[in-house]
Design a protein around this ligand. Structure first.
Ligand code: 3HC
Length: 319
Protein backbone atom coordinates (compact mmCIF):
# COMPACT_ATOMS: atom_id res chain seq x y z
CA UNK A 1 0.00 0.00 0.00
CA UNK A 2 1.75 3.25 -1.13
CA UNK A 3 2.25 5.77 1.70
CA UNK A 4 0.61 9.22 1.60
CA UNK A 5 2.77 11.78 -0.20
CA UNK A 6 4.15 14.50 2.09
CA UNK A 7 3.19 18.15 1.52
CA UNK A 8 6.71 18.77 0.23
CA UNK A 9 6.40 15.95 -2.31
CA UNK A 10 3.00 17.20 -3.45
CA UNK A 11 4.35 20.74 -3.88
CA UNK A 12 7.40 19.46 -5.77
CA UNK A 13 5.12 17.46 -8.08
CA UNK A 14 2.90 20.55 -8.57
CA UNK A 15 5.86 22.78 -9.45
CA UNK A 16 7.13 20.15 -11.90
CA UNK A 17 3.75 20.31 -13.70
CA UNK A 18 3.97 24.11 -13.83
CA UNK A 19 7.55 23.97 -15.14
CA UNK A 20 6.45 21.45 -17.78
CA UNK A 21 3.83 23.99 -19.01
CA UNK A 22 0.97 21.71 -17.97
CA UNK A 23 -2.32 23.44 -17.14
CA UNK A 24 -3.64 23.11 -13.60
CA UNK A 25 -7.29 22.00 -13.70
CA UNK A 26 -9.96 22.44 -10.98
CA UNK A 27 -9.75 18.83 -9.76
CA UNK A 28 -5.92 18.78 -9.65
CA UNK A 29 -4.09 18.99 -6.33
CA UNK A 30 -2.79 22.53 -5.81
CA UNK A 31 -1.15 24.39 -2.91
CA UNK A 32 -3.80 26.39 -0.99
CA UNK A 33 -1.72 29.54 -1.60
CA UNK A 34 -1.87 28.92 -5.35
CA UNK A 35 -5.66 28.51 -5.18
CA UNK A 36 -6.04 31.72 -3.14
CA UNK A 37 -3.70 33.70 -5.39
CA UNK A 38 -5.45 32.68 -8.61
CA UNK A 39 -8.87 33.23 -7.00
CA UNK A 40 -7.78 36.70 -5.84
CA UNK A 41 -6.62 37.71 -9.31
CA UNK A 42 -9.51 36.13 -11.24
CA UNK A 43 -12.26 37.49 -8.99
CA UNK A 44 -10.73 41.00 -9.11
CA UNK A 45 -10.44 40.69 -12.88
CA UNK A 46 -14.14 39.75 -13.04
CA UNK A 47 -15.09 42.65 -10.74
CA UNK A 48 -13.12 44.99 -13.02
CA UNK A 49 -15.01 43.83 -16.10
CA UNK A 50 -18.40 44.39 -14.46
CA UNK A 51 -17.60 47.70 -12.76
CA UNK A 52 -15.91 48.86 -15.96
CA UNK A 53 -19.39 48.80 -17.55
CA UNK A 54 -20.42 51.84 -15.48
CA UNK A 55 -18.34 54.70 -16.99
CA UNK A 56 -19.11 53.55 -20.54
CA UNK A 57 -22.72 52.62 -19.75
CA UNK A 58 -23.32 56.24 -18.73
CA UNK A 59 -22.64 57.32 -22.35
CA UNK A 60 -24.89 54.88 -24.22
CA UNK A 61 -27.86 57.29 -24.09
CA UNK A 62 -25.60 60.23 -25.02
CA UNK A 63 -23.70 58.74 -27.97
CA UNK A 64 -23.51 61.27 -30.86
CA UNK A 65 -24.96 58.91 -33.52
CA UNK A 66 -27.05 55.74 -33.66
CA UNK A 67 -24.01 53.90 -35.02
CA UNK A 68 -21.82 54.99 -32.07
CA UNK A 69 -24.65 54.03 -29.68
CA UNK A 70 -24.88 50.51 -31.16
CA UNK A 71 -21.10 50.03 -31.05
CA UNK A 72 -20.85 51.24 -27.43
CA UNK A 73 -23.85 49.10 -26.43
CA UNK A 74 -22.18 46.03 -27.95
CA UNK A 75 -18.93 46.77 -26.13
CA UNK A 76 -20.56 47.24 -22.73
CA UNK A 77 -22.52 44.01 -23.21
CA UNK A 78 -19.24 42.24 -24.06
CA UNK A 79 -17.70 43.47 -20.78
CA UNK A 80 -20.62 42.00 -18.84
CA UNK A 81 -20.04 38.70 -20.64
CA UNK A 82 -16.33 38.82 -19.80
CA UNK A 83 -17.27 39.23 -16.16
CA UNK A 84 -19.54 36.16 -16.39
CA UNK A 85 -16.78 34.02 -17.97
CA UNK A 86 -14.36 35.06 -15.26
CA UNK A 87 -16.76 34.58 -12.32
CA UNK A 88 -17.67 31.11 -13.63
CA UNK A 89 -13.98 30.24 -14.06
CA UNK A 90 -13.23 31.58 -10.55
CA UNK A 91 -16.08 29.49 -9.08
CA UNK A 92 -14.16 26.34 -10.14
CA UNK A 93 -11.80 27.22 -7.27
CA UNK A 94 -14.56 26.48 -4.77
CA UNK A 95 -15.88 29.99 -4.10
CA UNK A 96 -19.35 31.24 -5.03
CA UNK A 97 -20.14 34.45 -6.90
CA UNK A 98 -22.04 35.63 -3.79
CA UNK A 99 -18.84 35.27 -1.74
CA UNK A 100 -16.81 37.12 -4.40
CA UNK A 101 -19.37 39.96 -4.47
CA UNK A 102 -19.40 40.10 -0.67
CA UNK A 103 -15.59 40.48 -0.71
CA UNK A 104 -15.97 43.32 -3.23
CA UNK A 105 -18.71 45.11 -1.27
CA UNK A 106 -16.77 44.81 1.99
CA UNK A 107 -13.66 46.32 0.37
CA UNK A 108 -11.59 43.13 0.85
CA UNK A 109 -11.51 42.60 -2.94
CA UNK A 110 -10.30 45.19 -5.43
CA UNK A 111 -11.13 46.06 -9.01
CA UNK A 112 -9.06 47.95 -11.60
CA UNK A 113 -8.19 51.46 -10.40
CA UNK A 114 -8.89 52.92 -13.84
CA UNK A 115 -12.64 52.58 -13.39
CA UNK A 116 -12.61 55.04 -10.51
CA UNK A 117 -12.09 57.97 -12.86
CA UNK A 118 -15.07 59.86 -14.34
CA UNK A 119 -15.90 59.77 -18.06
CA UNK A 120 -16.84 63.43 -18.58
CA UNK A 121 -16.88 63.88 -22.39
CA UNK A 122 -17.62 61.68 -25.40
CA UNK A 123 -13.88 61.67 -26.14
CA UNK A 124 -13.43 59.68 -22.91
CA UNK A 125 -15.20 56.80 -24.68
CA UNK A 126 -12.41 56.98 -27.23
CA UNK A 127 -9.66 57.20 -24.63
CA UNK A 128 -11.11 54.31 -22.61
CA UNK A 129 -11.52 52.03 -25.63
CA UNK A 130 -8.11 52.92 -27.08
CA UNK A 131 -6.04 53.05 -23.86
CA UNK A 132 -7.89 51.02 -21.18
CA UNK A 133 -8.84 48.19 -23.52
CA UNK A 134 -5.45 48.58 -25.17
CA UNK A 135 -3.75 48.04 -21.80
CA UNK A 136 -6.13 45.20 -20.99
CA UNK A 137 -5.24 43.50 -24.30
CA UNK A 138 -1.50 43.71 -23.57
CA UNK A 139 -2.15 42.13 -20.17
CA UNK A 140 -4.74 39.58 -21.28
CA UNK A 141 -2.83 38.30 -24.33
CA UNK A 142 -0.07 37.38 -21.88
CA UNK A 143 -2.62 35.83 -19.49
CA UNK A 144 -3.79 33.43 -22.20
CA UNK A 145 -0.73 31.39 -21.12
CA UNK A 146 -1.56 31.48 -17.40
CA UNK A 147 -1.14 28.13 -15.63
CA UNK A 148 -4.73 27.81 -14.36
CA UNK A 149 -6.70 26.07 -17.13
CA UNK A 150 -10.14 27.72 -16.81
CA UNK A 151 -8.51 31.21 -16.56
CA UNK A 152 -6.32 30.57 -19.60
CA UNK A 153 -9.26 29.36 -21.72
CA UNK A 154 -11.41 32.31 -20.57
CA UNK A 155 -8.65 34.68 -21.65
CA UNK A 156 -8.46 33.15 -25.14
CA UNK A 157 -12.16 33.82 -25.60
CA UNK A 158 -12.05 37.33 -24.11
CA UNK A 159 -9.05 38.40 -26.19
CA UNK A 160 -11.02 37.64 -29.36
CA UNK A 161 -13.48 40.41 -28.44
CA UNK A 162 -11.07 42.95 -26.95
CA UNK A 163 -9.47 44.05 -30.27
CA UNK A 164 -12.88 45.36 -31.45
CA UNK A 165 -13.08 47.33 -28.17
CA UNK A 166 -9.72 48.99 -28.71
CA UNK A 167 -10.38 49.63 -32.43
CA UNK A 168 -13.67 51.43 -31.85
CA UNK A 169 -12.05 53.63 -29.19
CA UNK A 170 -9.11 54.53 -31.41
CA UNK A 171 -11.57 55.30 -34.26
CA UNK A 172 -13.45 57.75 -32.02
CA UNK A 173 -10.16 59.54 -31.27
CA UNK A 174 -9.14 59.52 -34.95
CA UNK A 175 -12.46 61.05 -36.08
CA UNK A 176 -12.27 63.74 -33.37
CA UNK A 177 -8.70 64.58 -34.44
CA UNK A 178 -9.97 65.17 -37.98
CA UNK A 179 -12.72 67.48 -36.65
CA UNK A 180 -12.93 71.04 -35.35
CA UNK A 181 -10.38 72.60 -33.01
CA UNK A 182 -12.83 72.07 -30.16
CA UNK A 183 -13.09 68.34 -31.02
CA UNK A 184 -9.29 68.03 -31.26
CA UNK A 185 -8.98 69.70 -27.84
CA UNK A 186 -11.62 67.34 -26.40
CA UNK A 187 -9.63 64.30 -27.61
CA UNK A 188 -6.33 65.69 -26.25
CA UNK A 189 -8.03 66.49 -22.92
CA UNK A 190 -9.31 62.90 -22.66
CA UNK A 191 -5.80 61.57 -23.37
CA UNK A 192 -4.37 63.93 -20.74
CA UNK A 193 -6.80 62.58 -18.12
CA UNK A 194 -6.60 58.88 -18.99
CA UNK A 195 -2.93 58.36 -19.86
CA UNK A 196 -1.44 58.02 -16.39
CA UNK A 197 -4.38 56.08 -14.87
CA UNK A 198 -4.03 53.64 -17.80
CA UNK A 199 -0.34 53.21 -16.96
CA UNK A 200 -1.38 52.30 -13.40
CA UNK A 201 -3.42 49.36 -14.74
CA UNK A 202 -0.24 47.28 -14.88
CA UNK A 203 0.26 47.54 -11.14
CA UNK A 204 3.24 48.69 -9.06
CA UNK A 205 6.84 48.38 -10.27
CA UNK A 206 8.07 44.79 -10.14
CA UNK A 207 10.29 45.56 -7.16
CA UNK A 208 7.25 46.78 -5.19
CA UNK A 209 4.84 44.08 -6.40
CA UNK A 210 3.58 41.92 -3.51
CA UNK A 211 2.58 38.99 -5.72
CA UNK A 212 4.72 39.05 -8.85
CA UNK A 213 7.62 36.84 -7.74
CA UNK A 214 5.35 33.98 -6.62
CA UNK A 215 2.88 34.53 -9.46
CA UNK A 216 5.70 34.30 -11.99
CA UNK A 217 7.09 31.11 -10.34
CA UNK A 218 3.65 29.52 -10.56
CA UNK A 219 3.18 30.96 -14.10
CA UNK A 220 -0.04 32.67 -13.03
CA UNK A 221 1.66 35.75 -14.44
CA UNK A 222 3.76 35.18 -17.55
CA UNK A 223 5.24 38.67 -17.91
CA UNK A 224 5.99 41.21 -15.22
CA UNK A 225 4.07 44.44 -14.54
CA UNK A 226 6.91 46.61 -15.88
CA UNK A 227 7.45 44.47 -18.97
CA UNK A 228 3.78 44.72 -19.96
CA UNK A 229 3.68 48.46 -19.15
CA UNK A 230 6.67 49.05 -21.43
CA UNK A 231 4.92 47.15 -24.25
CA UNK A 232 1.84 49.34 -23.77
CA UNK A 233 3.88 52.57 -23.91
CA UNK A 234 5.80 51.54 -27.02
CA UNK A 235 2.61 50.72 -28.95
CA UNK A 236 0.59 53.71 -27.71
CA UNK A 237 3.14 56.40 -28.59
CA UNK A 238 3.12 55.36 -32.25
CA UNK A 239 -0.71 55.27 -32.29
CA UNK A 240 -0.97 58.74 -30.69
CA UNK A 241 1.52 60.27 -33.15
CA UNK A 242 -0.37 58.71 -36.08
CA UNK A 243 -3.45 60.85 -35.35
CA UNK A 244 -1.70 63.94 -33.98
CA UNK A 245 -2.24 63.40 -30.24
CA UNK A 246 0.49 64.24 -27.72
CA UNK A 247 1.21 61.83 -24.83
CA UNK A 248 1.17 63.98 -21.63
CA UNK A 249 4.65 62.93 -20.42
CA UNK A 250 7.54 65.42 -20.79
CA UNK A 251 10.02 62.62 -20.00
CA UNK A 252 8.83 60.42 -22.88
CA UNK A 253 11.81 59.81 -25.15
CA UNK A 254 12.91 57.05 -27.53
CA UNK A 255 15.95 55.20 -26.14
CA UNK A 256 17.84 53.74 -29.10
CA UNK A 257 20.04 51.64 -26.87
CA UNK A 258 17.10 50.00 -25.08
CA UNK A 259 14.92 49.90 -28.18
CA UNK A 260 12.06 51.23 -26.08
CA UNK A 261 10.59 54.55 -24.93
CA UNK A 262 11.83 55.96 -21.63
CA UNK A 263 8.97 57.55 -19.73
CA UNK A 264 8.25 59.53 -16.57
CA UNK A 265 7.34 58.27 -13.10
CA UNK A 266 3.77 57.32 -12.20
CA UNK A 267 2.19 59.17 -9.27
CA UNK A 268 2.20 56.19 -6.86
CA UNK A 269 0.59 58.26 -4.10
CA UNK A 270 -2.43 58.73 -6.39
CA UNK A 271 -2.35 55.01 -7.27
CA UNK A 272 -2.34 53.97 -3.61
CA UNK A 273 -5.12 56.43 -2.80
CA UNK A 274 -7.30 55.09 -5.63
CA UNK A 275 -6.76 51.39 -4.82
CA UNK A 276 -7.48 52.15 -1.14
CA UNK A 277 -10.93 53.44 -2.05
CA UNK A 278 -10.19 57.17 -2.21
CA UNK A 279 -10.34 57.75 -5.97
CA UNK A 280 -12.73 60.23 -7.64
CA UNK A 281 -15.52 57.66 -8.22
CA UNK A 282 -14.84 54.71 -5.87
CA UNK A 283 -17.85 55.26 -3.62
CA UNK A 284 -20.21 55.87 -6.57
CA UNK A 285 -19.00 52.75 -8.44
CA UNK A 286 -19.38 50.50 -5.40
CA UNK A 287 -22.78 51.97 -4.41
CA UNK A 288 -24.04 51.35 -7.95
CA UNK A 289 -22.78 47.75 -7.83
CA UNK A 290 -24.47 47.11 -4.45
CA UNK A 291 -27.75 48.68 -5.71
CA UNK A 292 -27.70 46.56 -8.89
CA UNK A 293 -27.05 43.44 -6.81
CA UNK A 294 -29.98 44.26 -4.51
CA UNK A 295 -32.34 45.13 -7.38
CA UNK A 296 -31.45 41.91 -9.19
CA UNK A 297 -32.19 39.66 -6.20
CA UNK A 298 -35.75 38.87 -7.35
CA UNK A 299 -34.38 37.58 -10.70
CA UNK A 300 -31.90 35.29 -8.93
CA UNK A 301 -34.64 34.05 -6.57
CA UNK A 302 -36.99 33.37 -9.50
CA UNK A 303 -34.25 31.44 -11.34
CA UNK A 304 -33.45 29.42 -8.20
CA UNK A 305 -37.16 28.62 -7.66
CA UNK A 306 -37.49 27.56 -11.31
CA UNK A 307 -34.45 25.28 -11.01
CA UNK A 308 -35.86 23.70 -7.83
CA UNK A 309 -39.24 23.12 -9.55
CA UNK A 310 -37.49 21.59 -12.55
CA UNK A 311 -35.49 19.23 -10.30
CA UNK A 312 -38.65 18.23 -8.39
CA UNK A 313 -40.50 17.51 -11.65
CA UNK A 314 -37.69 15.35 -13.06
CA UNK A 315 -37.33 13.50 -9.72
CA UNK A 316 -41.08 12.81 -9.76
CA UNK A 317 -40.92 11.63 -13.39
CA UNK A 318 -37.98 9.33 -12.52
CA UNK A 319 -39.82 7.84 -9.46
N1 3HC B 1 -6.04 48.47 -9.80
C1 3HC B 1 -6.40 47.93 -8.61
N2 3HC B 1 -5.57 47.16 -7.85
C2 3HC B 1 -4.33 46.95 -8.33
C3 3HC B 1 -3.89 47.45 -9.57
C4 3HC B 1 -4.81 48.25 -10.31
N3 3HC B 1 -4.47 48.79 -11.47
N4 3HC B 1 -2.62 47.03 -9.77
C5 3HC B 1 -2.27 46.30 -8.69
N5 3HC B 1 -3.30 46.26 -7.83
C6 3HC B 1 -3.32 45.61 -6.52
C7 3HC B 1 -3.22 44.10 -6.63
O1 3HC B 1 -4.52 43.52 -6.79
C8 3HC B 1 -2.60 43.77 -5.26
O2 3HC B 1 -3.59 43.91 -4.25
P1 3HC B 1 -4.27 42.61 -3.58
O3 3HC B 1 -3.15 41.83 -2.94
O4 3HC B 1 -5.25 43.18 -2.59
O5 3HC B 1 -4.92 41.85 -4.72
C9 3HC B 1 -1.64 44.93 -5.04
O6 3HC B 1 -2.14 46.02 -5.82
C10 3HC B 1 -0.20 44.62 -5.42
O7 3HC B 1 -0.11 44.50 -6.82
P2 3HC B 1 0.64 43.25 -7.49
O8 3HC B 1 1.33 43.71 -8.73
O9 3HC B 1 1.49 42.56 -6.45
O10 3HC B 1 -0.60 42.34 -7.81
P3 3HC B 1 -0.76 41.33 -9.04
O11 3HC B 1 0.42 40.42 -9.13
O12 3HC B 1 -2.09 40.74 -8.89
O13 3HC B 1 -0.70 42.26 -10.36
C11 3HC B 1 -2.37 42.95 -11.95
C12 3HC B 1 -1.73 43.21 -10.57
C13 3HC B 1 -1.33 43.22 -13.03
C14 3HC B 1 -3.59 43.89 -12.13
C15 3HC B 1 -2.81 41.48 -11.99
O14 3HC B 1 -3.66 41.25 -10.90
C16 3HC B 1 -3.53 41.09 -13.27
O15 3HC B 1 -2.92 40.89 -14.29
N6 3HC B 1 -4.87 40.97 -13.19
C17 3HC B 1 -5.65 40.48 -14.34
C18 3HC B 1 -5.97 41.59 -15.27
C19 3HC B 1 -6.94 42.57 -14.66
O16 3HC B 1 -7.44 42.41 -13.59
N7 3HC B 1 -7.21 43.62 -15.39
C20 3HC B 1 -8.11 44.63 -14.87
C21 3HC B 1 -8.67 45.39 -15.98
S1 3HC B 1 -9.96 44.47 -16.76
C22 3HC B 1 -10.34 45.51 -17.97
O17 3HC B 1 -9.69 46.46 -18.18
C23 3HC B 1 -11.52 45.15 -18.77
C24 3HC B 1 -11.41 45.71 -20.16
O18 3HC B 1 -12.21 44.94 -20.99
C25 3HC B 1 -11.88 47.13 -20.19
Amino acid sequence: MSREKTQAELEAQFQAKIDAEEKIEPKDWMPEKYRLNVLRQMSQHAHSEVIGMQPEGNWITRAPTLHRKCVLLAKVQDEGGHGLYLYSAAETLGTSREEMNEALHSGRAKYASIFNYPAITWADMGAIGWLVDGAAIVNQVSLQRTSYGPYSRGMVRICKEESFHQRQGYHIMMVLMRGSDAQKQMAQDALNRFWWPSMMMFGPHDAESAHSAQSMKWKIKRQSNDELRQKFVDQSVAQAEEIGLVIPDPDLKWNEERGHYDFGEIDWEEFNQVISGNGPCNRQRLAHHVKAEEEGEWVRDAMAAYETKKRQRSAKAAA
